[in-house]
Design a protein around this ligand. Structure first.
Ligand SMILES: Cc1cc2nc3c(=O)[nH]c(=O)nc-3n(C[C@H](O)[C@H](O)[C@H](O)COP(=O)(O)OP(=O)(O)OC[C@H]3O[C@@H](n4cnc5c(N)ncnc54)[C@H](O)[C@@H]3O)c2cc1C
Ligand SMILES: *[C@@H]1O[C@H](CO)[C@@H](O)[C@H](O)[C@H]1NC(C)=O
Ligand SMILES: *[C@@H]1O[C@H](CO)[C@@H](O)[C@H](O)[C@H]1NC(C)=O
Ligand SMILES: *[C@@H]1O[C@H](CO)[C@@H](O)[C@H](O)[C@H]1NC(C)=O
Ligand SMILES: *[C@@H]1O[C@H](CO)[C@@H](O)[C@H](O)[C@H]1NC(C)=O
Ligand SMILES: *[C@@H]1O[C@H](CO)[C@@H](O)[C@H](O)[C@H]1NC(C)=O
Ligand SMILES: *[C@@H]1O[C@H](CO)[C@@H](O)[C@H](O)[C@H]1NC(C)=O
Ligand SMILES: *[C@@H]1O[C@H](CO)[C@@H](O)[C@H](O)[C@H]1NC(C)=O
Ligand SMILES: *[C@@H]1O[C@H](CO)[C@@H](O)[C@H](O)[C@H]1NC(C)=O
Ligand SMILES: *[C@@H]1O[C@H](CO)[C@@H](O)[C@H](O)[C@H]1NC(C)=O
Ligand SMILES: *[C@@H]1O[C@H](CO)[C@@H](O)[C@H](O)[C@H]1NC(C)=O
Length: 638
């Protein structure tokens, strides 16, 4: 950041030395005791660098920018908006500079990734770089490694896209955060939280940017980018409360592949998602987190034993079943970007487990009519209870190839704790029906003696970055697969969806809370589900915003409406959801919503944390510039 004039530069350099010295002095003080007795584990190095009242006092005349929010706060008046770039109250250049100095230079002004493609961004315009960005746009690593980019730019506002997928001829910061803090210490997060709250800025938290609904971005926001908090520590004999056993402490930026590698190296199994690059201790665990291991061990959120959290008032606390127990419940499944910023968490590890992985497919053909094909699918869905109860997880797709032409892809079946023979025995009733129906299939089945290699072989890196599609989902309960009436209604709904051209991507799993685990806020619909069903809609790149909105509405109300009718009391998984989900409070949080909302008022009374569809988000609206439900606009109280 270039300060406006030489005189400010001089003033700030002096100031920055003072701040740096102040921070160092306090770090020396806190470093004395890295052991955190509440979590019964050491803080990470990033966590012993904390902002305290005494550090604050050393900031002199700048202290008021960074004061803690200990006073009683409440939501601003209806109609009040978060301070936006260009507003008189927007921090001055020199205040941003002071902030950057206090952060030790970790403040990054947002330049959209694809700015290199636009001559108007003359400082960055570079056709070679633009081609690289365009080629890698669908690769999740590109967006995870950027301070502000997200993987589903539709809900940012499509404000700056690679030219080959662009829908406008210009590039703006749009719904990306205006600045991001590249955090490597807790003190930096505390400074950012206090700065945003005191200056009434919008605040966003971005880890990897995987969120499907724009929850990690926002126009005019100060972003907190947790990606570089990469520490991992494994304890063979961790004890806390009633728990005694192996556990892993993960920094907020650790991604699935990283914890899996570490656990594998030490002979354990970790509960994480199937997606390779998802941020485990970020939105994934906070939203519940389903895993290839869920049918055996429950949700990822259920594994959590302790969390370190920066609260909306800027204070840093440890959260366990015994300490801040209401937050312990709410953070595990109540949603990311809502109650605080998690800097690390400690989760149970499990023993090394063998897995059999199988992929196969079948399709309509001259010998297999559409009715026969769907009979083969029904035969599979009848096996959902038995297969999930056997501890297995399956990821399958059903796609329409043409009129009355369909394909089923098992990609993959993940048979935890099964040998090939045991897997074949589990599949036998279904395969016998496929044989009987004359449906050919040929499984490619491989046994692995550990989770990591099975997961690595079974789940390839998924593509991201589309701006011409949106997803929606439903958690279909067990009763829909055991009650004949409901079964027929459910099967008919899926056939109708796929026949209309909407692909089905689904998981057969269960995610019950294991006996003896403390209750969590994860969507209660998870506890009775046997199927997490996802579908998507799409439109042409040249579609107008009005056409896109109409397509979205048909999808939300008609297509997903058919699914809801099959299980009106169930819900949907917030992290793989339709951003327009009607009554999202019931769908994503079920009966827990009232309690979660009360905790939001308690822990974030002023509404510092906002994310679309998060608890308390109904108190705000984004005045989107293009009429779509995206984050490109002012955030205001309603
Ligand atoms: C390719 C792909 C594969 C996926 N696979 C799975 C899967 O197997 N199982 C599954 O359950 N889900 C899966 N998901 C969904 C995934 O869990 C969500 O997208 C999740 O929100 C990602 O979290 P993140 O931190 O990586 O992403 P981000 O988009 O960076 O963050 C998501 C949300 O969490 C908040 N957040 C992030 N970090 C923190 C923090 N430290 N403290 C507080 N809030 C925070 C953000 O503000 C935001 O609201 C997948 C998604 C994709 C795109
Ligand atoms: C906050 O409000 C509560 C009740 O409204 C009151 O008891 C408490 O003293 C207040 N705290 C501060 C710091 O003003
Ligand atoms: C343009 O981008 C390429 C690829 O990133 C880089 O190697 C090159 O140095 C850049 N050119 C300029 C002038 O910055
Ligand atoms: C952005 O591009 C559109 C055409 O796609 C143009 O009409 C509009 O004026 C441009 N906006 C700005 C701010 O340059
Ligand atoms: C972010 O900070 C880390 C140090 O924690 C540094 O290695 C990295 O280069 C920084 N990234 C950016 C984009 O500035
Ligand atoms: C903390 O861990 C130590 C060593 O594993 C154990 O002896 C002690 O009982 C634990 N304390 C608590 C409070 O769980
Ligand atoms: C259809 O069945 C016939 C007779 O069993 C067989 O010869 C043929 O290969 C089958 N065709 C396909 C596409 O499976
Ligand atoms: C795996 O299966 C065996 C029996 O086949 C059982 O004893 C063991 O507990 C199972 N392990 C897990 C992790 O479920
Ligand atoms: C079967 O699966 C294994 C493991 O993924 C793979 O290496 C092999 O190529 C597959 N074989 C076929 C015929 O697809
Ligand atoms: C099956 O579901 C239908 C429709 O919800 C319901 O009317 C019926 O009572 C259920 N049957 C049983 C045996 O539960
Ligand atoms: C939009 O794109 C589609 C597919 O490329 C094309 O068929 C259609 O004619 C286009 N519509 C307009 C209005 O350009």
């Amino acid at each position: 950041m270039a300060p406006a004039t030489t005189s400010i530069l001089t003033a700030l350099s002096v100031c920055s030395q003072a701040l740096a010295a102040a921070v160092e002095v306090s770090l020396a003080a806190t470093t004395v005791s890295p052991v955190n007795s509440v979590a019964n584990a050491s803080y990470f190095v990033s966590e012993i660098q904390q902002l305290t009242d005494s550090v604050l006092r050393t900031l002199g005349s700048h202290q008021s920018l960074f004061n803690f929010g200990d006073a009683n706060l409440s939501l601003p008046a209806v109609g009040t908006c978060k301070v936006y770039p260009g507003d008189a109250a927007w921090p001055s250049t020199s205040q941003w500079s002071v902030f950057n100095q206090a952060l030790g230079g970790a403040l990054i002004k947002t330049v959209p990734l694809a700015a290199t493609c636009y001559p108007a961004w003359s400082e960055y315009y570079n056709q070679t770089a633009c081609e690289e960005i365009s080629d890698d746009w669908t690769v999740s690593y590109l967006h995870a490694a950027d301070p502000a980019s997200i993987m589903w730019p539709l809900f940012e506002g499509r404000s700056c896209l690679p030219t080959d997928i662009a829908t406008s001829s210009n590039c703006t910061i749009g719904g990306y955060s205006s600045y991001a803090v590249n955090v490597s210490t807790v003190a930096q997060i505390q400074l950012a939280v206090n700065f945003a709250r005191n200056q009434r800025l919008r605040l966003t938290v971005k880890n990897t940017g995987h969120d499907f609904n724009g929850k990690s971005t926002g126009a005019g926001a100060l972003g907190i980018w947790t990606h570089n908090l990469k520490d991992i520590e494994v304890y063979d004999d961790y004890r806390l409360g009633d728990y005694r056993g192996p556990a892993v402490k993960l920094g907020a930026g650790v991604q699935a592949f990283e914890v899996y590698e570490k656990a594998h190296e030490l002979g354990y199994t970790a509960v994480g998602g199937e997606g390779k690059t998802v941020g485990v201790a970020g939105g994934y665990v906070l939203g519940g987190g389903h895993s290839p291991m869920s049918s055996v061990y429950g949700l990822a959120a259920d594994q959590v034993l302790a969390l370190e959290v920066v609260l909306a008032n800027g204070r840093f606390v440890t959260v366990t079943e015994q300490s801040n127990s209401d937050l312990f419940w709410a953070l595990r499944g109540g949603g990311g970007g809502t109650y605080g910023i998690v800097t690390s968490l400690i989760a149970r590890l499990h023993p090394k487990t063998p897995v059999t992985v199988s992929t196969f497919s079948f399709a309509t053909s001259t010998n297999v009519t559409a009715d026969t094909f769907w009979a083969g699918v029904d035969a599979y869905m009848k096996r959902f209870p038995a297969n999930a109860d056997a501890g297995t997880y399956a990821y399958f797709w059903i796609i329409k190839l043409g009129e009355e032409s369909y394909e089923f892809l098992m990609n993959p079946y993940f048979a935890v704790n099964h040998t090939v023979a045991e897997f074949n025995a589990l599949m036998a009733p279904w395969f016998a029906e496929l044989d009987c129906l004359g449906i050919p299939y040929s499984p490619n089945t491989t046994y692995y003696d550990n989770f990591y290699e099975a997961w690595d072989a079974g789940f390839p890196l998924e593509t991201v970055g589309s701006v011409t599609m949106m997803t929606g989902s439903r958690l279909i309960p067990r009763e829909n697969f055991v009650n004949a009436t409901l079964f027929h209604q459910t099967a008919a709904a899926f056939r109708s969806t796929v026949s209309a051209g909407y692909s089905l991507l689904a998981f057969n799993l269960k995610a019950e809370l294991p006996a003896g685990y403390p209750a969590s806020a994860a969507n209660p619909a998870f506890r009775t589900t046997l199927m997490h069903a996802i579908t998507s809609t799409s439109w042409y790149r040249n579609a107008t915003n009005t056409e896109i909105k109409a397509t979205m509405d048909t999808f939300t109300y008609d297509v997903l409406g058919e699914w809801r009718k099959t299980c009106p009391d169930s819900g949907a998984y917030m992290s793989e959801a339709d951003i327009q989900e009607p009554d999202f409070q019931q769908a994503f949080y079920g009966d827990f919503y009232t309690r979660l909302y009360a905790l939001k008022q308690r822990w974030d009374p002023a509404g510092l944390f906002y994310a679309p569809t998060a608890v308390g988000s109904e108190d705000w609206e984004v005045r989107s510039l293009d009429g779509l439900p995206d984050q490109n606009g002012r955030l205001c109280r309603v």
